[in-house]
Ligand binder design. Structure first.
Ligand code: ATR
Length: 291
């Protein structure tokens, strides 16, 4: 950890709980490596205290914060400005100090896009399948709309949730880019080569043998799969994608790049590939992955 001086700027994570976060380890490692005078701390905010917390952070000259569960949407009314993608999604995970308050961003999604770019994926050119229709799937739907993806099939066990997201995203971007489907109807998908975003909670440890679709016929259409889960490091979904010749990635890079995007917004620094790899390694060490 860097030496803290009178010139150190403070950042932190607003949430509840915040005890298990990896963000202080990531952000303080970035600050040290890039020689930026920044210290990052957990900021536990009790229910009903969010407005005070944001105003207090500003009054205390905090450079910025991350925001996590349960405040990613609740924080929006207390912002001075909001980035247009974050506004569409209706969720913010990064606050950046601006004149008179904070500007909100969603680096979960810009980070996911950047993670995919480092894996050679140009989202705009892909035919996409989203599995799930929870908060993460919804944000990925907006990211696809924002990037100009032509066709996105969103499949969920409860079709109504997939329909609600499709309606919202299609309205936001003024085109019918999201097509909702019931999960079991995956056999009706046109035979194409898909990028699949696994956004359900199925397969998360300790339930590591579970997968939302297990049919070989589905995986034969998948050229690349992203699982937003990173515990286990290789999910059953990823194993199935790889077994059928596809590439598969877990959620750790997304986690890495949401942090990197936030750090760049706060400091103006530019983080290169070598530093990104170093941070990914730090994260793996923090969560006990040795490979
Ligand atoms: P998050 O905010 O992380 O996206 P969430 O909102 O709880 O999490 O969403 C979980 C997703 O996993 C949902 O799409 C959920 O499907 P339903 O909307 O039908 O509940 C999906 N999911 C969870 N358990 C599942 C299961 N056993 N089979 C299929 N889908 C499942």
């Amino acid at each position: 950890m860097q030496k803290i001086t009178g010139k150190t700027r403070t950042c932190g994570l607003i949430g509840n709980p915040v005890e298990h976060t990896l963000s202080p380890a990531i952000q303080n490692a970035l600050a040290e490596d890039l020689q930026q005078p920044l210290a990052y701390v957990p900021l536990l905010v009790e229910k009903g205290r969010l407005q005070q917390a944001v105003e207090g952070a500003y009054a205390l000259n905090l450079l910025g914060t991350n925001v996590t569960v349960p405040y990613k949407s609740e924080v929006i009314p207390y912002l001075k400005e909001i980035d247009s993608l974050a506004e569409k999604i209706g969720a913010v995970n990064t606050l950046v100090r601006c004149e008179g308050g904070y500007k909100g961003y969603n680096t979960d999604m810009t980070g996911l896009k950047r993670a995919m770019e480092t894996d050679g994926i140009e989202l705009a050119k892909e035919k996409v399948i989203i599995l799930g229709a929870g908060g993460a799937a919804r944000a990925v739907g907006f990211l696809c709309g924002d990037c100009g993806v032509e066709t996105v099939y969103i499949l969920n066990r409860s079709i109504e949730k997939a329909e609600a997201i499709a309606t919202e995203v299609n309205r936001a971007f003024g085109r019918e880019c999201l097509i909702p489907m019931q999960l079991a109807d995956y056999k009706k998908l046109p035979k194409e080569n898909y990028l699949v975003m696994q956004c359900t909670s199925v397969g998360l440890a300790p339930d590591t043998e579970s997968v939302v679709i297990s049919d070989d016929a589905f995986y034969e259409m998948v050229h690349t799969g992203y699982d937003l889960i990173y515990k286990p490091y290789e999910t059953k979904f990823m194993k199935l994608v790889k077994a059928h010749g596809g590439k598969a990635f877990n959620g750790l890079k997304m986690l890495t790049f949401q942090a990197i995007d936030a750090f760049e917004l706060w400091t103006g620094a530019k983080i290169d590939e070598a530093e990104s790899q170093k941070i990914l390694k730090t994260i793996k060490e923090e969560i006990g992955i040795n490979e």
